[in-house]
Design a binder for this molecule. Structure first.
Ligand SMILES: Nc1nc2c(c(=O)[nH]1)N[C@H]1C(S)=C(S)[C@@H](COP(=O)(O)O)O[C@H]1N2
Ligand SMILES: [Mo]
Length: 306
C-alpha cells in the first residue's frame, strides 16, 4: 500500500488500459474520432464506458482468495503469502488476553474457540488499494468471545497484535512495516454483530496466507483492519495506534471505514476492481453495510476521521 500502486497486479490480470483512462479524456478522444461520422451518438454510446454499478456479489473462488493476498510478514507481492507461508506453525497457538478485563489469561487456540458454534458469513471484502472480493468466511462473532473475557467499563478499545516470529516470517526481518502488526477497534465496533473472528474459509481450515489460525474481519472497513495471526487481544482505555497509521498517517487512519466520498491521497476510492471481473464497480458507503453500521458514526466528520 505504501510502496505499491493500487493495482499492482500480475500481468495476466491487468485490466485493459481503457479502464484507467480518465473518463473525460476518453470521451474527448472518442469524440474526436467520431467527428464527421454518421451516427455519432450511437458510436459514442458504444465507446463510452458504462457507469460503474455495484458488483453482483458472486463469491470469489478458493484459488483467488488464497493466491491474491496482502500479508507483508510473508512478502509484499500478492502471490508471496501463498508461496512463503506454507511452513508457518499455527499449532500450538496461544492468544494472550490482557488489559482492562476481569478474565485475563493465556488461552490455547483450541480452548479459545471450543465454546462457540462457528458461523458461515459471506462478506464483501474491500482492500484500501481499491480491489475487492466476496469471501465465504467461517468464524465466531467477536462479541461472543469478548463477553467471555468480561471487559471492565473502563475498556474503550480493543487492540490486536500479530505474532512476532521473524524466524518464520521473512518479512519481519526487514522494516517495510513496524513489527508486530497491530490493529484496533472501538469497543462498540468490536461488539457489533458483523465483526468476526475468522477461523476458516469455504468450510475448510483457514489457510496460512489468509491469516491462520485466527484473523479479524470487519466487513465495513478497509481490509487492513483485518489483522492476521492474532496472538494478543488487549482491552485498553485509549485509541491504539494501528500499523498502517504509524507507517503513513496521512494515508491510513484508525477508522478506515470504506467511504467512496473520501479518496485516498493517491487514488480514487469511488470505485474498485472486483478480482476476477473485467469492469470496475462502484464502491458502496461502508462497503454496502451502511444500514447496519452507519449509526456507529452519527455526528462524526468522516473526512477527518478517515
Ligand atoms: N498481520 C497482518 N495482517 C494483515 C496484513 C498484513 O500485512 N499483516 N495485511 C492487511 C491487508 S492490507 C489486507 S487487504 C488483508 C488481506 O487479507 P487477505 O489476504 O486474506 O485477502 O489483510 C490485512 N491483515
Ligand atoms: Mo489492504
Amino acid at each position: 500500500m505504501l510502496i505499491k500502486k493500487p493495482d499492482d497486479i500480475r500481468s495476466s490480470e491487468i485490466t485493459p488500459e481503457r479502464d484507467y483512462v480518465d473518463r473525460r479524456k476518453f470521451l474527448a478522444l472518442a469524440g474526436v474520432a467520431a467527428v464527421g461520422v454518421a451516427g455519432t451518438s450511437r458510436l459514442l454510446s458504444v465507446l463510452r464506458p458504462a457507469p460503474a454499478q455495484p458488483g453482483d456479489d458472486k463469491p470469489n473462488t478458493w484459488e483467488e482468495i488464497t493466491n491474491y493476498n496482502n500479508y507483508y510478514e510473508f512478502g509484499t507481492d500478492k502471490d508471496d503469502p501463498a508461496a512463503n507461508s506454507q511452513h508457518f506453525r499455527t499449532r500450538p497457538w496461544t492468544v494472550r488476553v490482557d488489559g482492562l478485563v476481569k478474565k485475563p489469561a493465556d488461552y490455547h487456540f483450541e480452548d479459545l474457540v471450543k465454546p462457540y458454534k462457528v458461523q458461515d458469513r459471506t462478506y464483501r471484502f474491500r482492500c484500501v488499494e481499491a480491489w475487492s472480493m466476496v469471501i465465504p468466511w467461517n468464524g465466531i462473532p467477536l462479541a461472543e468471545m469478548i463477553q467471555r473475557f468480561e471487559p471492565l467499563p473502563s475498556a474503550k478499545y480493543v487492540r490486536f497484535e500479530t505474532i512476532y516470529a521473524p524466524d518464520q516470517m521473512p518479512g519481519q526481518k526487514g522494516n517495510v512495516l513496524p513489527w508486530p502488526y497491530v490493529e484496533g477497534l472501538r469497543m462498540d465496533e468490536a461488539m457489533h454483530p458483523l465483526t468476526l473472528m475468522v477461523t476458516g474459509l469455504y468450510g475448510k481450515t483457514l489457510p496460512n496466507q489468509d491469516g491462520a489460525p485466527l484473523r479479524l474481519i470487519v466487513p465495513w472497513k478497509y481490509g487492513f483492519k483485518g489483522i492476521k495471526a492474532i496472538t494478543k487481544i488487549s482491552f485498553v482505555d485509549k485509541q491504539p495506534r494501528n500499523t498502517w497509521n504509524i507507517a503513513a498517517p496521512d494515508e491510513y487512519g484508525f477508522y478506515a471505514n470504506v467511504n467512496p466520498e473520501v479518496d485516498h491521497p493517491r487514488w480514487t476510492q469511488a470505485s474498485e476492481r472486483r478480482i476476477g471481473q473485467f469492469r470496475r464497480i462502484k464502491t458502496l458507503m461502508f462497503n454496502g453495510y451502511a444500514d447496519q453500521v452507519a449509526h456507529l458514526y452519527a455526528g462524526m466528520d468522516l473526512r477527518k476521521n478517515f
